[in-house]
Design a protein around this ligand. Structure first.
Ligand SMILES: CC(C)(COP(=O)(O)OP(=O)(O)OC[C@H]1O[C@@H](n2cnc3c(N)ncnc32)[C@H](O)[C@@H]1OP(=O)(O)O)[C@@H](O)C(=O)NCCC(=O)NCCS
Length: 163
């Protein structure tokens, strides 16, 4: 059974493997992180943990029984009770509801642990899998956006009502 864990320093090696192994898969749907991301991974990881400690973001990894990362679910730009959600799942684990379940768990944490009342998430119109996850987890479209030049939809999810 996979566990959703708050990102910490011990996750760095598995997270780097996850990003390396799935780089080409992710780049088909979202902008590639670039070679610099991989070269400077450890410093960036430390910087992300410092941001998390300051309370402006909450990072989570879904870990399988072998200690490998199945997905990551991030809340960034935490401000005035709201935050922006982003997620990605290992190619080998897709199509099994992993993203939907991870998002549901993060919704609970956002409301109960972090005291947030509203989440936003954006997906490109041609990212059907991501749009499916957002719809299934109760997000509703809230306006058009442009994501790296691609048309997309911004979504909102109120957290005050029970899931
Ligand atoms: C988007 C992503 C997180 C989905 O992960 P996942 O674990 O496969 O998602 P789930 O299985 O929970 O749900 C996917 C659902 O979307 C829909 N879906 C998936 N692929 C689809 C496709 N090619 N066309 C239409 N609908 C699709 C389906 O409804 C599917 O659920 P179902 O198979 O149970 O009906 C994963 O594909 C990924 O990491 N992609 C690259 C990064 C990315 O796009 N992140 C989101 C940025 S906004």
């Amino acid at each position: 059974m996979a566990t959703l864990e708050r990102l910490d320093v011990s996750h760095a090696p598995a997270l780097l493997r996850f990003e390396r192994e799935n780089r080409a898969f992710f780049a088909r749907s979202v902008p590639d992180r670039g070679d610099g991301y991989f070269a400077g991974f450890d410093a960036r990881h430390a910087a992300l943990l410092a941001e998390q400690a300051a309370g402006t973001c909450h990072f989570h990894v879904l870990i399988d029984d072998d200690g490998e990362v199945l997905g990551r679910f991030n809340l960034v730009d935490v401000l005035d009770g709201s935050a922006e959600l982003g997620f990605r799942v290992a190619e080998r684990a897709t199509g099994q509801g992993v993203a939907s379940e991870g998002v549901r768990r993060v919704l609970g944490l956002a409301r109960d642990e972090y005291g947030l009342s509203r989440l936003y998430a954006s997906a490109a119109l041609d990212n059907a899998a991501s749009l499916g996850v957002l719809r299934r987890t109760g997000f509703t479209p809230a306006g058009e956006v442009t994501l790296e030049g691609r048309p997309g939809l911004r979504h909102v999810r109120q957290l005050t009502a029970p899931d």
